[in-house]
Ligand binder design. Structure first.
Ligand SMILES: [Zn+2]
Length: 83
């Protein structure tokens, strides 16, 4: 995940995701509840059929979303100064 386009796509996905598998949740969010309901379904982040839970249980990926927004902003100002 390097390009601005990829970051924007990931940001959108994380913001809109309702379900997440444990893998994506742990990669992009912080597990914030003691116990959550888990069911078999499609992960809104990676798109795979898996054991999923609600994005809410990972704090709605707020940590990663904040990080991505910062990076996107930085890259935009970088490309502006290069002109
Ligand atoms: Zn996933």
């Amino acid at each position: 995940m390097n390009s601005l386009k990829e970051k924007k796509a990931l940001l959108k996905k994380l913001e809109e995701a309702y379900t997440t598998c444990m893998e994506c949740g742990q990669e992009y969010g912080v597990y914030s509840v003691g116990c959550s309901s888990v069911w078999t379904g499609k992960c809104d982040v990676c798109g795979k059929e898996s054991r999923v839970t609600e994005a809410r249980d990972f704090g709605y990926f707020s940590k990663q979303i904040r990080q991505l927004k910062k990076e996107i902003k930085n890259e935009k100002s970088n490309s502006q100064t290069q002109k």
